[in-house]
Design a protein around this ligand. Sequence first.
Ligand code: COA
Ligand code: MG
Length: 301
Amino acid sequence: MTALPLRSLLFIPGDSEKKLAKVAGCGADAVILDLEDSVAPAQKADARKRVADFLASAPRGADAPRYWVRINPLDSGMVLEDLAQIMPAMPDGIMQPKTNGPACVRQLSHYLDAFEAARGAADTATGIIAIATETAVAPFHLGEFAAAGLSRLTGLTWGAEDLATAILASGNRTANGDWMFTFQMARSLCLLASHASGVQAIETLHADFRDEAGLRASCRAARAEGFSGRLAIHPAQVALINEAFLPSVQEVHHARRVVEVFAANPGVGTIGLDGKMVDIPHLKQAERLLALAEAYGVGGV
Ligand code: COA
Ligand code: MG
């Protein structure tokens, strides 16, 4: 199995010493040290330095989170300054906001080639996660990721807040709390583009950070739809997200039975189980679920 999907990715404003101090023990699979929208323009220089210093002494290894940095957008004029400070401190990856399709990722990727060459560490290829729906034009480019051959691309995610601002929408949810149509569409296109490109599909954040029930329900829905992890903005969201993106014991049990019924009936492509048809796509799904469960030790696999 390739690298495990990142289930939870916790944003930490890069200028907050207090929040950076909470990284140790936060339990997130990845932290995203932010230089973009959570940092006021006057604090950018301070945040770059704090994040670089933090990275330089952060513990690495299986028990530590992966360290990602969200830089500023390409058209901000700040990207090279961000990378010049951050890259020597060896982040695992860069999150690129306000990405308008593969051309933007390719440009960032070239920058990373140069900064990696400068530090002489060719064996530690820096990943890229693109936030790929934050401008009005961005969703139109999602379909282009599949054929773009971007080897650093690790995941795609989507954002509803900046997109709302970009299209002069006064909100992004309907009265009953569902995403409005435009945002649903951007989300689904992002999900499809992720899978078409073979990278992780990462659900956007749940802004109401005290709403546990809403977070849990929307994580379950996201996982059922094909997302493998989610952005978090508050440490209290992390454990819930980690759990929600794992297979449940019942799912593991059912997947085992699917695998067993095919093993017991060699050469059969479709078969009945508990009065329902299962066929090859179900077998593939079951095998994938068991591999993830095994990696995380869920359900005694
Ligand atoms: N990372 C690390 N620590 C965090 C945190 C985060 N994302 N969010 C909150 N905390 C800490 C707080 O500093 C506080 O610490 P304390 O108990 O030592 O005082 C504790 O967790 C409880 O925080 P709480 O009072 O519940 O929230 P808050 O009002 O202080 O902060 C936010 C609310 C939304 C401002 C904060 O969660 C945050 O900064 N989130 C990330 C925002 C971000 O990066 N956005 C960019 C992506 S859209
Ligand atoms: Mg933003």
